[in-house]
Ligand binder design. Sequence first.
Ligand code: ARG
Length: 453
Amino acid sequence: MTLWGGRFSTKLNEQAWDLNTSLPVDQRMAIQDIDGSLAWAKALHQAGILQDEEHASIALGLDTVKKEFTSGKFSFVESDEDIHTAVERRLMDLIGAAAGKLHTGRSRNDQVATDFRMWMLQAIPDLESALKDVQASLVENAEAAGKTLMPGYTHLQRAQPILLSHWWLSHYWPLQRDCERLTDLTERVSVLPLGSGALAGTPVSVNRTALAKSLGFAKPSQNSLDAVSDRDFAAEYLFCATMVGIHLSKLAEQVVLYTSSEFGFFELSDAFSTGSSLMPQKKNPDVFELTRGKAGTMIGTLTGLLATLKGLPSTYDKDLQEDKQPVFQATDTLLVLLPVIAGALRTLTIKPERMRAAIDSTMMATDLADYLVNKGIPFRETHSIAGLVVREAMEKKLRLEELPLEAYQALCPAFEADVYQVFDPIKSVEKRNAIGGTSFQSVKNQIKKIKGE
Ligand code: ARG
């Protein structure tokens, strides 16, 4: 049984059926579909379309269907085209003809958009709480890092010393923006399409504001044509999810680098690394590489949906059925990825001596320029003098702190014996104590801000 057989003389071609069905994908919206139907049945009752007994019987039947789903006892039949038809077919099995009145004034077009939004309203807090746990792991690591130093990079070249805690927190803030984006998005998801009919609106006299409230939506949609075709919320959701994926991927790339023998800054715990089938010595950062890889797939799902939406004629087109798979896939990916990342970050070992050893005095060349700035020389000049110092040291195969004072003074008479203090990386870090800098106090304040203290 399909819901639209009346005007057709033959059954749908078998392969065309396989193409058309969305049940494998949309069955995970079963509960939303039933809740939507319960609310619609109530609206039909209030509008006088369902008599008391009919409404009671539909409500009871839908409750039974819901129980079948929650207990895993629901069985689909071959003719179930999508989740909407499956629920209605089962209701018909259970209560008979009265079930046929449920679809009055409603279309699968407003129904599917409603179900999908309801599903998303539940998925957003799940994503947020998984994200918050990764953020918590980053803060824990930052707090545990104390005053541990590490080299900071630009262009993957050693640049300036920083605190490891500052580096951990540099991955906290992007995820914070991701959480905020998801929260902002909720407002646009929380708009009820139900009551828009197939496209032109419903003839049922229904209070859509009350209907929206009863289903947990903030408000009803204002234009039926837009309501059944709008998938902005899905594209936005995918963007938010993909951005999370990209942030995790950037973090992952650095963990992969820093766990390599060449860097050796971190070591992953055995529980979050994998071995090689051939090389017995290998300990591979697969979970971080997969994180990087999955971000690529997520970018694909976002671009895929945007391409689907481009140039669709008004209003509902079956292309729109392609909207759920990418959203479900991106959500599933993140809900697997996020707890793994949190676990791997919480259990990795830090190698402070390796990070300290990677800081050399040339990384304080900026501090050298700043030293001369404090003697009243303009930065543009001091930058070039510090550059000459670096060149001289390289030519003489000496470290900056090994170059004699006379050599400094030959390049600029303002250099004095205290110049050697510049090469203490702790001093370099501690000087950067404005809001957002890497000094210990600034990082402490950053953590206070995060914790809302
Ligand atoms: N399975 C469809 C989807 O996911 C439901 C809407 C069908 N509407 C229609 N006019 N054929 O989009």
